[in-house]
Design a protein around this ligand. Sequence first.
Ligand SMILES: [Zn+2]
Length: 255
Amino acid sequence: MRKLKILVILSILLIPLSSLLALDIIDIPLSPKNIFNLNKGKKEIIITIDDGPTPGVTDIILDELKNQNIQAAFFVIGQKAEKNPELMARISDEGHIIGNHTLTHPILTKLDPSNWKQILNGEFFGTHQKIETYFNQQREWYFRAPGGAWESKLAQYLNQDPIGLRYLGPLYWDIGGEILYSNGKYLSAADWDCWRKNLSVHQCLEGYSNETVKFKGGVILFHDVRKESAELITEYIKSFKKLGYSFKTLDDIQL
Ligand SMILES: [Zn+2]
C-alpha cells in the first residue's frame, strides 16, 4: 500500500516535469521582447548579415567568409530570396545559417491596425515558405524583426502556429546598431548609416572595432546591400583575427 502511494506521488511529480522538459526542448516560442545581450564578454564574434541577398555583394561576402573559414547567419528578405535562388543555394551549401527577416521588411509595430494579422501572416510565413528549403542542419529557425521593431501581440499571434512556435527570436544584436561619434573618434557604427552619411570604410570600421572591443565581442550586425559592407566585413574579420577573437555561429551560443 505504501509502495503504491509512493508510486502515485512519484508519477504525479514526474509526468508533468518530463512533459515540461520535452516542451522546452521542442518549442521555444517567439519571445514577447527582443532577445538582447546575446554573447558579450567572451572575445567571440557572431556575424549576422541582414537585408539580402544582393547580387554583387552577397557573393563577395561569401567568398571572404569561405577564405576565412567563418560561418555567419544571413537574415534574408523573402522577396530577395525568391529573386536570387543561386545566392540562397550558395549561402546554404557553404554551411551558413539562414534566418527569416520578413518578406518586404516592414516595421511590424506599425502595420495597418485593421488587417495586421493578415499582413504579418504573409510577411512571416510567406518568407518561411521561400527559405525553408535552404535551411541547413541549423539547430534553430531564427527570426529577426526589421529595424528590431517588436511587440508582444506579434509574438502571441505567431506562436499560435506550430511553425511560428518553432522559431527562436526575435534576435537583436550587440554591436552595429548606430553611429556614435565623440572627441574625434567613432565609438560605434552601423554600416547602412555609414554609407548613407558618406563615411569611409575606414571610419565605419573604427566604429565597429571600438564597440567590439568595448563589449569584448558579441552578435554583430552587418548588411549585404552595398558593396562597401563587403569591404568592411573583410577588414573587420582580418583585424579581429589578429586580436585573437574567435568566430562562432548563433547555433554555438546559449540563447
Ligand atoms: Zn533589416
